[in-house]
Design a protein around this ligand. Structure first.
Ligand code: URP
Ligand code: ZN
Ligand code: ZN
Ligand code: ZN
Length: 460
């Protein structure tokens, strides 16, 4: 199987040039000017941007959460990802308190094995760190290729761990060559504010937002950075939303510590005014909540300053009927929103097309940095000889509109309904195979592979 991409403008995190790419089997074999190697298929990419496939390191597929399951399973979610130019995702396994990590891994394999269309990996969420969990960290890293461990400083009574467990976990993960990632908000403060609002009869989605003020995230981000610094463990803060939290990380750089920061597309583009309507605001009930314009500005600046390393989605969709579980109580609205399909095109249109970030930065935060930070580089995250042929071809001038009717995610509304975008992904290759061609996905479920990741240094 071979494929030749002619005359595209190739963009990586570092490069920008016009050339041809010859793909043999699953990998890039040759890159050069005016190649005349006979190929099974030739794609003319003149006038198009040819970039590495997107990597979304924060998605929740078929995940049991808040009394229900996220509505995209591994098949629908990874197909939607491909439609939007994402060729690899990292999903989350949740340890059950009192049970081993291995049991959770088996459970998640049961739902995902044979069902994915794009490539995937897992983060292991540690919700109960004890002596027997400690023994499993090394096995996860060395045998399973799962090298990042997710923690929650919030969701008190469900997923949250305390600082005692965080410190002990970080010491072990550091020793074994992994990384700790975190949902950094102060779970005790949030727990108190939720209870207070409910006692006062304040039950609409707006109070979800008002129960998680910026300080809850700024405080926890600083505390996480401090514990990471003390233990020497590489750290990564997921879904950062606000100025206060980014300041905590900026402060940590003054002692030459780098904590990696991920934001998500929604925090760059949407704001908390969406909660000032009746129950419709439930579409954007997620944790942390959407913030203010000043926070969006800070995050865009943070990307350009190299403080924000990754733009992900935290894709965790629920159908409207599931959102209605919280009709009379915001604390029962399943948290999360659908975005896996739109990250690459939204970030291109709002970021590159509107002049907020460069093309190289686009590739860096949407593909290269996730690959480097999480141990898949240079197999994934770039266009280079011997890398997997995970490639997107984007038409920079094509315009299109986001609608629930037109998307491929298994959810009956869009959080971006009516958004008009410039720049459309026309073709997607995954390990040398055409995965998307003009809106059609010829792949069957099961093509997506579990990717074992290497040990992590905390440096990129
Ligand atoms: O609201 C969210 N973010 N739902 C998914 C779980 C999490 O905290 O990432
Ligand atoms: Zn699209
Ligand atoms: Zn979270
Ligand atoms: Zn999440």
């Amino acid at each position: 199987m071979s494929l030749l991409i002619k005359n595209g403008r190739i963009i990586t995190a570092a490069d920008d040039y016009v050339a041809d790419i010859f793909i043999e089997g699953e990998r890039i074999a040759v890159i050069g000017k005016e190649l005349s190697i006979p190929a099974g298929e030739t794609i003319d990419a003149e006038g198009m941007l040819v970039m590495p496939g997107g990597i979304d390191p924060h998605v929740h597929l078929d995940m049991p959460f808040m009394g229900t399951f996220s509505s995209d399973n591994y098949e629908t979610g990874t197909r939607a990802a491909l439609h939007g130019g994402t060729t690899m995702v990292i999903d989350f396994i949740l340890q059950k308190q009192g049970a081993p990590l291995k049991a959770a891994l088996e459970e998640w394999r049961g739902r995902s094995n044979g069902n994915c269309l794009c490539d995937y990996s897992f983060h292991m969420a540690v919700t109960d760190f004890n002596d027997s969990t400690r023994q499993e960290i090394k096995t996860m890293i060395e045998q399973e290729g799962i090298t990042s461990f997710k923690t929650f400083m919030a969701y008190k009574g469900a997923l949250m761990i305390d600082d005692r467990q965080m410190t002990a976990l970080m010491q072990e993960v550091k020793k074994q060559g992994g990384m700790v990632t975190v949902h950094a908000t102060n779970g005790d403060m949030i727990d108190y504010l939720v209870a207070k609002h409910k006692a006062e009869g304040k039950l609409s989605p707006l109070y979800h937002y008002l129960s998680q003020p910026e300080v809850t995230e700024a405080e926890a981000s600083g505390r996480f950075a401090d514990i990471a610094n003390y233990t020497g463990c590489p750290g990564y803060i997921v879904h950062m939303t606000c100025e206060g939290a980014l300041h905590a990380v900026r402060n940590a750089t003054r002692r030459n510590q780098h904590v990696f920061v991920e934001t998500c597309i929604q925090y760059l583009l949407l704001d908390a005014s969406l909660y000032e309507q009746d129950f419709d605001g439930a579409k954007w009930v997620m944790s942390p909540p959407l913030r203010q314009q000043k926070d969006q500005d800070t995050l865009w600046a943070g990307i350009n300053q190299g403080l924000v390393n990754v733009v992900a989605t935290d894709h965790c969709p629920f159908k409207w009927e599931q959102k209605l579980m919280g009709k009379d109580d915001f604390s029962r609205i399943p948290n999360g929103h659908p975005a896996i399909e739109h990250r690459m095109e939204l970030l291109y249109s709002e970021g590159v097309h509107k002049g907020r970030i460069t093309l190289n930065k686009y590739v860096e935060v949407a593909s290269t940095n996730p690959a480097k930070i999480f141990g898949m580089f240079p197999r994934k995250g770039t266009i280079a000889v011997n890398s997997d042929a995970d490639i997107i071809i984007l038409d920079p001038n094509a315009q299109h509109t986001i609608t629930a009717e037109g998307h491929h995610m298994n959810v009956d509304y869009s959080a971006y309904e009516g958004w008009e975008l410039t720049g459309k992904i026309k073709t997607v290759l995954l390990r040398g195979k055409v995965a998307i061609n003009n809106g059609e996905c010829p792949l069957e479920k099961g093509y997506g592979q579990f990717i074992k990741r290497h040990k992590l240094s905390g440096k990129i």
